[in-house]
Ligand binder design. Structure first.
Ligand code: PHE
Length: 339
């Protein structure tokens, strides 16, 4: 009899099934009320005493083997079904993937690039660490020139010749040194000024500067280019140019756009005038052209420069410049955009 049980154990261990019914039939066959196991248990009383121990152990072995087999097969079937559930219906909606968002500074920068590239400007970039020549001297700002104070500068270690660029005009100098006119380029990038951090200014910010050099470029070209730009970016077509001063342009001007006085915010940001200052600009000073090996008798040009943060603050009505650098996802998430 023990041999018979052992045969069953071998059978049980070798058994395999792929459907619920097969497993259930197997379970009933061995573990059911009228199953094989109960048959052996009923037999127990007839087993001679000296064999009882062996018999009992072997029947128990069979019972454990049968139970384990049922559990194992069920588990396998469940996980197979689960997989089928995952891959089965391919028309079901996919898992929602969280899409990131561009930083508002990048969005506005890309918009500005797009507007100018539509009228033939290319993009030029340069390094954030500059030398004195490209950031100052070539731009008509010789050493001890009082206008250097306009741009509080971070120097690298103790070398007064190496600094963090205070504007991307340095890129324009490099571009003029390396390229012959006609030149139409805009230079976006990060700049640094040793200024106290507040809601309105930061020691690190971003600029886009533009440069156009060719024969017979006039102030009227500058004005029309900027008018086109303000229409595209702000949807505003009333501008004015106020005389100003920059060492690298002559004449120099500041561009204001008429923002309007419709809301309380308009009153606040325009200080009640309706006008907003957007950028600095002017005709490139002949000295700058000379410094970059361009003949000022043959060529003329205009340049302009603007702060991206300031424009982003206007477009998105952001009250504090520090928001741009805190990387708070609750702030950044609001700028999901396609550009
Ligand atoms: N480089 C100037 C600045 O950083 C901006 C500017 C550029 C002004 C070109 C005039 C012409 O403030």
């Amino acid at each position: 009899m023990i041999d018979k049980i052992k045969e069953h154990i071998t059978d049980v261990k070798a058994f395999n099934a792929t459907t619920k019914e097969e497993i259930e039939n197997f379970r009933i066959k061995y573990l059911g009320k009228k199953g094989i196991l109960n048959g052996f248990f009923a037999e127990f009383k007839n087993v001679p005493n000296e064999q009882k121990k062996d018999f009992g152990q072997t029947v128990n072995e069979l019972k454990t083997a049968a139970q384990e087999k049922v559990d194992e097969l069920k588990e396998r079937l469940d996980s197979l079904e689960e997989e089928k559930g995952v891959y089965g219906d391919l028309s079901r909606p996919s898992e929602p993937l969280e899409i990131g968002s561009r930083h508002p500074i990048s969005i506005v920068k890309n918009q500005i690039i797009e507007i100018f590239s539509n009228i033939g400007f290319n993009v030029s970039e340069g390094s954030e660490i500059e030398d004195d020549w490209h950031n100052f001297t070539a731009l008509n700002l010789p050493e001890y020139h009082p206008a250097r104070d306009m741009q509080d500068t971070f120097f690298i270690q103790t070398d007064p010749d190496i600094l963090l660029r205070t504007h991307t005009s340095s890129v324009q100098v490099r571009y003029m040194e390396d390229n012959k006119p006609p030149i139409r380029t805009i230079s976006p990038g990060r700049v640094f000024r040793n200024e106290a951090i507040s809601a309105r200014s930061h020691c690190i910010f971003h600029q886009v500067e533009g440069l156009y050099i060719d024969k017979n470029v006039s102030f009227a070209d500058l004005k029309q280019t900027l008018l086109y730009f303000t229409k595209q970016l702000f949807g505003k077509s009333k501008i004015r140019l106020r005389p100003s001063y920059f060492p690298f342009t002559e004449p120099s001007a500041e561009l204001d756009i008429y923002w309007g006085l419709e809301t309380e915010t308009d009153y606040r940001i325009t200080k009640g005038t309706g006008w907003l200052e957007i950028l600095g600009c002017g005709m490139v000073d002949p000295n700058v052209l000379k410094n970059c090996n361009i003949d000022p008798k043959e060529y003329s040009g205009f340049a302009f420069g603007m702060g991206i943060e300031r424009i982003a603050m206007l477009l998105y009505q952001i009250g504090d410049i520090r928001m741009f650098y805190e990387n708070d996802v609750r702030f950044l998430e609001q700028f999901k955009s396609s550009i």
